[in-house]
Design a protein around this ligand. Structure first.
Ligand SMILES: *Cc1c(COP(=O)(O)O)cnc(C)c1O
Length: 454
């Protein structure tokens, strides 16, 4: 599912504090939030725009020609639409349709039950988990694919609280990123009630100072889904550990867009979806990372038979399997899972460092094009200007009340697909594997046209 259709995310945007990033992120406005430079009056008319347009279009052509990932676009099914919504639903990799046809016709149609073994269906969650793990810096045996992100947040938070409370029963608080994608907050609230904890909302950047002796777990988004702000994973993880607590990272908007380094930074648990930058398809299964060191104590709140040490022993007593397999629940959704496996092939010859370099170049270039083309004061970026604080999207706040929805609808009609977050944010996601610089320049130009006409 594209998160554009998730009503909870939309409604969160109406919260006054969340729609004001400076409230959630003190100090961000001055240091990190670029304001569009005032355009010269003459540059606002079409003829005077021409030189700037030519310069930026030429620069885009040069950047595309020098782009080492340029050929990757051919691995996806795309058209002339400028698709800047891969942070909601990634495009379709060409490898998926033939693979899925084979899974359905041969593995299911002909082999039937034999495929659980002969086609590797039973072990798909951990096999594909390892593949995802390579993209988020997790060594093998620590990632399992299955269920939705929401369900994995539940498993991770409850299991983390249980581990923390083994260390000390007084740990009764769950810190939750106050600007979180709403589902994480809803789930954390329920997890808190079940474990005798209370939820304490905290700005992601304040977790290092808010964490204390009563903290069981901190649940933090690596990249803010609305502003595109990248949070400090190494520093926050170290601070949470220094306080004796555990951290659960939500990687939905970072996996496939930038290096995460779960093992290197000693992260405890992490979750994420696979239908955004990983292009796994609508409703593709999510993943759960359980660091090796925690696996023996990982006590799943959903101990389904797939996580049993001997699932086909059909024992009445539960004995957990070793390893990340403990994170499994019931029978895996094989069709979605194998579509994801085929989608992940595009990463085989790509390094996440190259992806990150291009991602930053794309968002930088987009911000510059917007600054050049869009009349002064019409939009303001709420995405940090500092590269180290930016994910792979740019969020622009419209100055005129109520215009953002109509602006995005018009952009879509003109073949530039981003998304709209209530009440006033235009969100543009940049997928380095298939987005080019010429598209970025054109998208900014169309945005400027729409704003000038509107
Ligand atoms: C997209 C997203 C989700 C989605 O959760 P699902 O259970 O897969 O619908 C959760 N958290 C964050 C931060 C997201 O960006």
């Amino acid at each position: 599912m594209s998160d554009a259709t998730i009503p909870t995310e939309e409604s969160a945007g109406t919260e006054p504090t969340e729609s004001e990033p400076t409230a959630a992120q003190p100090g961000a406005a001055e240091s990190g939030t670029p304001r569009m430079a005032p355009a010269d009056e003459a540059a606002r008319t079409a003829p005077a725009d021409e030189p700037a347009r030519t310069v930026l279009a030429d620069e885009a052509a040069g950047l595309d020609a020098a782009d080492p990932l340029r050929a990757k676009r051919d691995a996806f099914t795309l058209d002339d639409t400028i698709y800047l919504d891969g942070n909601s639903l990634g495009a379709l990799p060409r490898a998926v349709p033939p693979r899925l046809a084979d899974v359905v016709a041969r593995e299911w149609g002909e082999l039937r039950i034999r495929s659980w073994d002969e086609s590797g269906w039973w072990t798909a969650p951990e096999r594909i988990g390892d593949r995802v793990g390579r993209l988020i810096g997790a060594g093998s045996g620590q990632v399992v694919v299955g269920d939705s992100t929401s369900v994995n947040v539940f498993k991770a938070v409850v299991a983390a609280v249980r581990i923390a409370q083994e260390r000390g029963a007084h740990r009764d608080q769950i810190l939750v990123d106050e600007a979180t994608f709403p589902t994480d907050g809803y789930i954390a609230e329920s997890a808190a009630r079940m474990t005798g904890c209370t939820v304490r909302p905290v700005a992601a950047g304040d977790v290092p100072t808010a964490v204390g002796a009563r903290t069981a777990v901190a649940l933090v988004n690596h990249v803010d889904y609305r502003t595109g702000r990248l949070h400090d994973l190494p520093g926050t993880t170290a601070a949470v550990h220094a306080a004796g607590a555990l951290v659960v990272w939500d990687l939905c908007h970072s996996a496939g867009a930038l290096p995460v380094g779960l093992d290197a930074h000693g992260v405890d648990l992490a979750v994420g979806c696979t239908y955004k930058y990983l292009n796994g398809g609508p409703g593709a299964p999510a993943y759960l990372y359980v660091a090796q060191a925690h696996q023996p104590r990982f006590d799943s709140p959903l101990p389904g038979w797939n996580s049993h040490a001997d699932p086909f022993g059909m024992a009445s007593a539960y004995t957990p399997a070793d390893g990340a397999v403990r994170g499994r629940v019931g029978t895996p959704d094989i069709l979605s899972m194998l579509a994801l496996e085929a989608a992940l092939e595009v990463w085989d010859d790509v390094t996440i460092e190259d992806v990150r370099a291009k991602s930053l170049a794309l968002t930088d270039f987009f911000l510059r094009c917007v600054e050049t083309y869009v009349p002064a004061g019409r939009v303001r970026s709420i995405t940090p200007a500092a590269p180290a604080e930016r994910g792979s999207q740019v969020a622009l706040r419209c100055a005129e009340a109520g215009e953002a929805g109509e602006v995005m609808a018009e952009l879509v009609r003109r073949g530039v697909v981003g998304d709209f977050r209530r009440p006033d944010v235009l969100r543009f996601g940049f997928t380095p594997l298939y987005t080019g610089f010429a598209e970025v320049e054109r998208a900014a130009r169309v945005l400027a046209d729409v704003l000038k006409e509107g």
